[in-house]
Design a protein around this ligand. Sequence first.
Ligand code: GDP
Length: 308
Amino acid sequence: MDVTVLAGGVGAARFLEGLVQVMPAERLTVISNVGDDEEFFGLHVSPDIDTVIYTLAGVIDPERAWGLAGESYALLDAIRRFGYETWFTLGDRDLATHVFRTQLLRDGATISEATRHIAEAFGIGCTLLPVTDDRLRTIVETDAGVLAFQEYFVKRRTEDDVRGVRFAGVDAAAPAPGVLDALASTDVVIVAPSNPVVSIGPILAVRGVRAALRATGARVAAVSPIIAGKTVKGPADRMMAALGMVPSAVGVAEAYQDFLDVLVIDVEDAALAPAIEAAGVRAVVAQTVMRGRPEKRALAEAVLAAVQ
Ligand code: GDP
C-alpha cells in the first residue's frame, strides 16, 4: 500500500516516526511545506523539510524536536561580530545541511533535487517532495505589521495578534515534479497533525494540489493537531481563531472538508464526533498525543486502520 503524507514540521515528523514503524519507508511519500523557508547568512534553510529528515534519521534534538542533537553554536557566536542577527538558532552541524543545500541551488539544482540529495545523505528511505520548486513564502499580517513567517514564529515568538496569512508567490508556484502524481496514484493520503494554516495551508494553496486531493481515488485521512481546543505546541489554535476558523477538531474538519474522508480526533474530543460528521467527515477517535515511540506507532496504526 502506498501512503502519501502532507507534512509541516514537528507535528508531522513525530507522526511520520510512527508511520515508518508500521509500513515500508519505500512506499511512503512526504509532501512538505516550503512556506517557512528562509535565508540566513546567504544560506537557504528549509526548516520543515529538515525537521522531517532529522527526525526520520534519528538525529533530531529530542528535547526541542528541531535541530540536531548534541549541537554546538560556534558559528552563531562568531558571526555576531559582523552585525548579523542570530535569533534563528542554527547549530554548527545543522549549518552543514544549509551550506550543502545552498551550494546545490547555486549550481542550478531545484529544491526537490537538493532535498533528495540531503535525504539520501541522511539515509532516509521515503520519498520527500517539497510541494513546489518555486519561491513560496508564508507572510503573517499582525498588529505589529507584516512579518515573514520566521520573524513571526521565531524572532517574535508568535506573540503578535494575527490578522491574516498569505502565501507570497503562490500564484506562480507550480507543484514540484511528482507531487500531483503521488496524490493521484497513492492508496492513502494522510494530512499530518500539522498547523492547518501555516504548515498545511501553503501546500493546499499550490495550484492543482487541492483539486488533486478532491479527485484522487485514494482514501484521505487527517489527524487533528488540535486537542480539546488547544495545540499540543505552537500557535495553530490562536491562528485559527484569529482567522475565523473554529479552533478545535471541528475547525480542522471544516478546513479539509472538501477532500477529507476521515478525521482522527483525540479521545478527549470524542464528544465532537457528531459535529465533525455533520461536516461530512467520518470521525475516528484515538489516542493522538504522541509521547514516545509506542504512542507514535499506535497512532499510525489507528490512522491506517481508519482508512482501510
Ligand atoms: P511546525 O511547522 O514545526 O510548527 O510543525 P507542524 O505544523 O507540523 O506541527 C505543529 C502542530 O503539531 C501543532 O499544531 C501541534 O498541536 C501538533 N502536534 C505536535 N505534537 C502533537 C501530538 O503529539 N499529537 C497531535 N495530535 N498533534 C501534535
